[in-house]
Ligand binder design. Sequence first.
Ligand code: FAD
Ligand code: NAP
Length: 509
Amino acid sequence: MLNVPPQAFPAPSSQQRVAAGGRAKVPLKPGRSLMDWIRLTKSGKDLTGLKGRLIEVTGDELAKHNKKEDCWICIRGFVYNVTPYMEYHPGGEDELMKAAGTDGTDLFDQVHRWVNYESMLKECLVGRMAVKPIAAPKGMLPEKKVLGASAKDLTPSCDWFQTDSSITIVIYTKQKVMNAELVTVDCQGKQLRGEIIVDDHSYVVEVDLDHAVQEDLAVNIAEKVGKVEIILKKKDNIHWKMLGQPLESHNTFIKRMDRGLFYRKCKLVSKTEVTHDTKLFCLMLPKSTHLHVRTGQHVYLKQIIAGTEVVKPYTPVLPFLPLDFKEPSHRDGAHIYLMIKIYSCGLFTQALDHLQIGDYISVSSPEGNFKKSQVQTSEDLFLLAAGTGFTPMVKLLDFALTEVSCLRTVKLIFFNKTEDDILWRNQLEQLALKEERFEVQFILSQPTKDWVGKQGKISSSLLSEVVKRSRRDSKVLICICGPTPFTEQGVQYLKDLGYSPEEIHTFTA
Ligand code: FAD
Ligand code: NAP
């Protein structure tokens, strides 16, 4: 179903969001962007007040530096003088002050554990904590610290065997339901790393292999018995005496949140225009990587910009919207497609836009807490998307229309500024014509006078009009994604309209 009449397609010059008008969670003063911070760190200015000396910091000393004008914070055992960073912190000064004079590791990890503070704050380093910090380094927690006695029995185990030409590493996950999407494997040179997700835990096998292997690897899953096999091809047909040397994270089973991000370099193979400011980037995974990005998950991209490591999250999409929902589509496993809006003053997206075909970029393993079962038990699915907040909806639409037969209606309510900003409009309109259960409604906040569709911004009255159960008691799921204030307001309005928290899912990092 399509509820927007066909339009002439005027091409008003669309606006791009610019820093001055942008709505960051806490607006930063002009001259306080990440790029300005990077410039300041490169200026040679003494940012710690210690003239380049590194000191050992006691707990008492750390606690003394708890004011805005003199603020030290410990992250993963290192102490930083964040006083000069205050005005540059995107979360605002008050957020940073919550950790003033203390070990802020947990707080930082809760908010943005993917941000590399070690790189960002390296010029603010005061020294190391004299005593062991309370928070342990990422990915290094010993098993018994994380797991209770009963959970210990659930720890996967691994073994290996060989033939003349192959090495097989077998992981017994002790899970009845296991699938390829929960397994990520990378072999970089002789370093093999396999990660298996078991609910909110992660099990890692990490070995420096005894001998060289060929580039391509295979992953076999015996789903019902929870057995995962990683099959490597030997480079030389010799007998291996051992698998190799265990590395730092080998045989660890810890909370996913405590595991550091793992990156592999992917090749940019194409870059195509989606709208005037948004492009579809196709990245090719290395042959020696097995990785699936599930519905609702995002990855982190990492680039070194002016000598500083910068990391941003992006949500993979499909190469196009499938119109024939007969079987799960476009999951070749070798490519990742990202639909990215290039901001004219964006630090990361400008650097991305300058990548040439054939260049490499670091891509993390996937993250995200969306559970497909939320959709599988719903009858009406509403997707509220603003701008590139459309990206998680792409795989979600594919999944919902392909695999969830109990869904009666699937409705995308897509907020944009102008017609020119609507992502994949043609494809969405075609899908609505083809698939009876699917409806799309475009809502523009800054339309031209020719626009005959709906106009406005997210509001309680608008949501009460467009989000309606198909039956009085039908089970609904409402997914929201867009700028943070859009998402937060949306949730509040929906709650005011009587929807329960279980009926609402927000996509966040
Ligand atoms: P910055 O240098 O950080 O900002 C420059 C200016 O751009 C700002 O002043 C502001 O005016 C504007 N701007 C920057 N970020 C935002 C923002 N988030 N909202 C509104 N205005 C902004 N983006 C995509 O294009 N595609 C995706 O698939 C995608 N997936 C994401 C998934 C998650 C979980 C999250 C949290 C974000 C996602 N983003 C996505 C946003 C992305 O991570 C970056 O924030 C964005 O690319 C801007 O980065 P930048 O460094 O170029 O901009
Ligand atoms: P945009 O073009 O600036 O805005 C899209 C629509 O949302 C416009 O109608 C706009 O109206 C409205 N809007 C913007 N800010 C709003 C606010 N504060 N309150 C209410 N409505 C608002 O959007 P964009 O530049 O593409 O940004 C998309 C956002 O989605 C980014 O913030 C990105 O980080 C986020 N995102 C998140 C994920 C995730 O998984 N969490 C994935 C992808 C994208 P106006 O005319 O009022 O501006």
